[in-house]
Design a protein. Structure first.
Length: 406
């Protein structure tokens, strides 16, 4: 055994740090804890029986194909179903605009691999999805954060940032956004801001990475067109999707929609990563969609999560102390809401007290690429039962009340 194996790591690997948040989350694995921390879909939504039957039939019928290697681009039959999903959402694309991925986390990695040189600037929300920060950081991206409000990323701040960067002779590689029911903040980008974002990206010659795992999980409010549909094939938008939140995450299946030039390069990058996404899981998803089961399944999920969202919002309203510094977002869809407490309060320090009181959340700092977020917490409402949501909010409210009075 070598003494200093770590000295052999690449510069990139040396920069990969254990997440403090993951370490904190280990504390939440006590039996009595009610956790708002995970980002997990409710297992009750998993179509266990249908998938068991369908998988058995599939292996017996086309095992030769489904258990074999497949094309890196993805199963053309599944891509056809993806095109139909897009059409229902006003998005036009051909097979050449789609790369099937091993879920959208791989899509993020491919984006990083293909676009980011060390030190390249990536613009993202404050806060933003922590998995995107890790993916882009592993290619040594430099982050510039833009504040969000109820309508998503602030376009006035984005314009100022782009202007300042241009004056300094810098051009960001892309702007990363989760426009629908953002993880973690739960906010949705308004149509006006989506248009402005594309105009700004065009003016400042940068790309937009649209990551939208929750798009089909809308519980209230009106549909807003995707950035991909607004871009209308211009090639500004690279759009990441996944089956994780609309079917089940164990499939590890998603896709990227983008201009053919981008997809062609992504295919080459993916070849080196895993040759292909498992044809077996692609065949399962294809069958599920082709039998017309997906739309009804999404409807059921929406119904379940709509109630859980309502339960959490009502519980917060009832139990959280009234204080001008304490508020939370009211997401129209997705799995999360975002809580803000007075600036003097540190949700990281409070996490230990919350765990003692048998309730957990994700500390806001996880979602800031450039520091900050101590007085925020992300609360998930899809996984816990409605009873646990109420009880968990009561426990959290008691911890916050005690902190306010101390
Ligand atoms: C915004 C966002 N992007 C990507 C992912 C990764 O999802 P998956 O790899 O399961 O598709 C998640 C998971 O929670 C997410 O919230």
């Amino acid at each position: 055994m070598y003494k200093n194996l770590e000295s052999m790591f690449s510069v990139n690997a040396a920069g990969m740090k254990k997440s403090v948040i993951r370490e904190l989350l280990k504390l939440t694995q006590k039996p009595d804890i009610i956790s708002f921390a995970g980002g997990l879909p409710a297992p009750a939504t998993f179509p266990v029986k249908e998938i068991a039957e369908l998988a058995r039939e599939l292996i017996l019928r086309e095992g030769d194909w489904a258990l074999q290697y497949g094309p890196t681009e993805g199963d053309p039959r599944l891509k056809q179903e993806i095109i139909k999903i897009g059409e229902r959402d006003d998005m036009k694309m051909d097979q050449e605009n789609i790369l099937v991925t091993t879920a959208s986390q791989q899509g993020l990695d491919i984006v990083g691999r293909v676009f980011i040189n060390p030190g390249d600037i990536v613009i993202c929300g404050r806060p933003t999805y922590v998995g995107a920060i890790s993916a882009f950081r592993s290619y040594a991206a430099a982050f510039e954060g833009i504040e969000l409000d109820e309508e998503g990323m602030r376009m006035d701040h984005l314009r100022d940032k782009l202007k300042a960067l241009r004056s300094a002779g810098k051009r960001p590689k892309f702007i990363y956004v989760v426009p629908d029911f953002q993880n973690p903040a739960g906010v949705t980008m308004s149509l006006e801001r989506r248009r402005l974002l594309l105009d700004l990206a065009c003016e400042y010659e940068t790309l937009v990475v649209e990551d939208t795992p929750y798009r089909q999980l809308r519980y209230v409010g009106d549909h807003v067109p995707s950035l991909y549909s607004l871009d209308a094939g211009e090639g500004i938008v690279i759009d990441l999707h996944t089956f994780s939140k609309i079917l089940f995450p164990g499939l590890r299946l998603g896709w990227v929609q983008a201009h053919k030039t981008v997809i062609d390069k992504f295919v080459i990058a993916k070849q080196a990563m895993d040759l292909c996404t498992p044809p077996f899981t692609q065949a399962i998803a294809y069958e599920y969609c082709n039998r017309g089961l997906l739309a009804a399944h999404i409807e059921e999920n929406v119904e379940l999560y709509r109630n859980k969202r309502k339960t959490m919002l009502e519980a917060l309203e009832t139990h959280m102390p009234e204080h001008p510094g304490i508020h939370w977002t009211k997401p129209e869809g997705g799995l999360f809401l975002w809580m803000t407490v007075p600036e003097s309060m540190d949700m990281e320090a409070l996490f230990y007290k919350a765990v003692e009181a048998n309730v957990a959340y994700v500390v806001g700092t996880a979602f800031y690429a450039d520091g900050g977020g101590k007085n925020h917490a992300r609360l998930n409402f899809s996984y816990p039962s409605p009873e646990d949501i109420v009880e968990g909010v009561k426990r959290l409210a008691a911890v916050i009340k005690e902190q306010l009075s101390s």
